[in-house]
Design a protein around this ligand. Structure first.
Ligand code: FAD
Length: 307
């Protein structure tokens, strides 16, 4: 059995693995795709001390750092079920999609999250070529340019307010008749001079040319009329979905499906910790996930020496 079994090999899982292995305890990582979301990222300019890198390079570095220690990396393995210990202090079990099962004294859940897509023509084609999902990450790339934000919930309106301070103009496109964000955010948004809001508007296409976004097409749902807005960037803000479906009924989740953790990364189950984008910790960023992974590993170690 592992002392620490980590599920997920993104920044949170890799950091947890390095911290656990450095304690000289038996450490394993099972991941569907080592590197996680970072694999899909182009430029990374906000991982402190690394001025600039790209996603694939960062993912390779995560793996190299983890492999520098005695860590059992089980890549391309999908976890399907977590089984709590039968009695206090007993072993936890994780069942894999390949039929195998892993046993461990402690488990760290770091399965990350995924952005919900709008699924319109152009979205996949221009991803990282004008289509973005994270204003904290990619906002500065659109300095002085025109962008749209798809989604009028809290994350969409926060993104629009944030971007309005950086870019030339922001167009907000919301499907529903009204923005769903908190009133205080909507009020702030309407006070900004360089923001246009279209509600009851269905995004139908993200247009582009020469490998770059050049506009967004939407349908006015009241009149059926189609409109085209010229711009250079589109931020899709219609939700971040934690990869925790497989934990429903086992670990306590928030109404958004995030694993509820305390300041030490402890879940409601003894010996089970969680870190990164799959948890209730706010702000989904690489540096935050890596920090949380370290916290979870140190907490797991603390749990081991006390039990
Ligand atoms: P993830 O990176 O999502 O990793 C999750 C891991 O769990 C993966 O290995 C996955 O395969 C695995 N997994 C999932 N389900 C299972 C399962 N059932 N069984 C086994 N394994 C499973 N952040 C920044 O700080 N700066 C940026 O510039 C930046 N740009 C971004 C650009 C894009 C396009 C995207 C999508 C995100 C960006 N982010 C950026 C956000 C950043 O990538 C995430 O915050 C970070 O990767 C979260 O790390 P994590 O380890 O929690 O989860």
């Amino acid at each position: 059995a592992f002392d620490v079994l980590i599920i997920g090999g993104g920044p949170a899982g890799a950091a947890a693995a390095v911290y656990a292995a450095r304690k000289g305890i038996r450490t394993g990582v099972a991941a569907e795709r080592f590197g996680g979301q970072v694999n899909d990222t182009l430029a990374i300019e906000n991982y402190i001390s690394v001025l600039e890198t790209d996603g694939p390079k960062f993912a390779a570095a995560l793996e190299a750092h983890t492999r520098a220690y005695d860590v059992d990396i089980m890549n391309l393995q999908r976890a399907e079920k977590l089984i709590p210990a039968a009695q206090p202090g007993g072993l936890l079990e994780v069942q894999l999609a390949n039929g195998g099962s892993l046993k461990a004294k402690t488990v760290i859940l770091s399965t990350g999250a995924r952005w919900r897509n709008v699924n319109v023509p152009g979205e996949a084609e221009y991803r990282n070529k004008g289509v973005a999902y994270c204003p904290h990450c990619d906002g500065p790339l659109f300095k002085g340019k025109r962008v749209a934000v798809i989604g009028g919930g809290n994350s969409g309106i926060e993104a629009a307010i944030d971007l309005a301070g950086l870019v030339a103009h922001v167009t907000v496109v919301e499907f529903a008749e009204q923005l769903k964000a908190d009133a205080v955010l909507v009020k702030k948004l309407h006070s900004l001079p360089n923001v246009t809001v279209h509600t009851n508007a269905q995004t139908t296409e993200i247009t582009g040319a020469n490998g770059k976004v050049n506009g967004l097409r939407y349908k006015d749902r009241a009149t059926g009329e189609e409109h085209h807005v010229e711009l250079e960037g589109v931020f899709v803000q219609i939700g971040l979905v934690p990869n925790t479906e497989w934990l429903k009924g086992t670990v306590e989740l928030s109404k958004f499906g995030e694993i509820i953790v305390d300041a030490k990364g402890q879940t409601n189950l003894p010996g089970v910790f969680a870190a990164g984008d799959c948890t209730t910790v706010p702000y989904k960023q690489i540096v935050i996930a890596a920090g949380a992974g370290s916290t979870a590993a140190l907490s797991a170690f603390d749990h081991l020496i006390r039990n």
